[in-house]
Design a protein around this ligand. Sequence first.
Ligand SMILES: CC(C)(COP(=O)(O)OP(=O)(O)OC[C@H]1O[C@@H](n2cnc3c(N)ncnc32)[C@H](O)[C@@H]1OP(=O)(O)O)[C@@H](O)C(=O)NCCC(=O)NCCS
Length: 153
Amino acid sequence: MSAQLKEMPGIRHMIMTDLDEVIVIEQEVFLFPWTLGNFGDSMSSGYHCYVLELAGCIFGYGVMTIGSGEAHMLTLGVAAGWQREGWGEKLLQHFICLAKVHHARSVFLEVRESNLGAARLYERIGFRRVATRTSYYPAMGRREDAIVMELTL
Ligand SMILES: CC(C)(COP(=O)(O)OP(=O)(O)OC[C@H]1O[C@@H](n2cnc3c(N)ncnc32)[C@H](O)[C@@H]1OP(=O)(O)O)[C@@H](O)C(=O)NCCC(=O)NCCS
């Protein structure tokens, strides 16, 4: 019997040549997406930038900063066709491990009040709501509150 090697999805560092694929997903899943420049600046600033990849194709990404004992998740996205398969949670757990390795005491993030799916993911992992930033996000013809969430490590 011949052994069949099947490629498995994995998590790896984001590199500059990933950005064209990352921005396509970003524009697909966010109404107010980051720009290529936002991602490029994050990488050149030494932020922790990772992608989900299968067979050379990127299907998710995240960006986190760590400093002064705090980690901040800046963005997290999974391509629409890959959502609800556990990849967002896997990628977030990867960032949480990274925060622990860097001796962060907490991971913080902000989520739109209307983004119930993402908030549910964060609560399932152990994040709790600690504050509200009023009118923090642009929204269609108005502003929307951000819920600040913290995971104590
Ligand atoms: C939020 C996001 C990253 C989650 O990624 P994902 O791979 O779909 O999430 P997972 O499959 O790991 O979900 C794990 C759990 O989170 C919760 N969850 C995730 N998405 C959800 C949704 N749309 N509705 C309800 N619950 C959801 C569920 O409890 C889910 O477990 P279940 O599928 O067994 O019920 C992804 O939906 C996404 O990219 N959304 C658009 C961009 C975005 O909102 N990013 C976060 C900004 S703060």
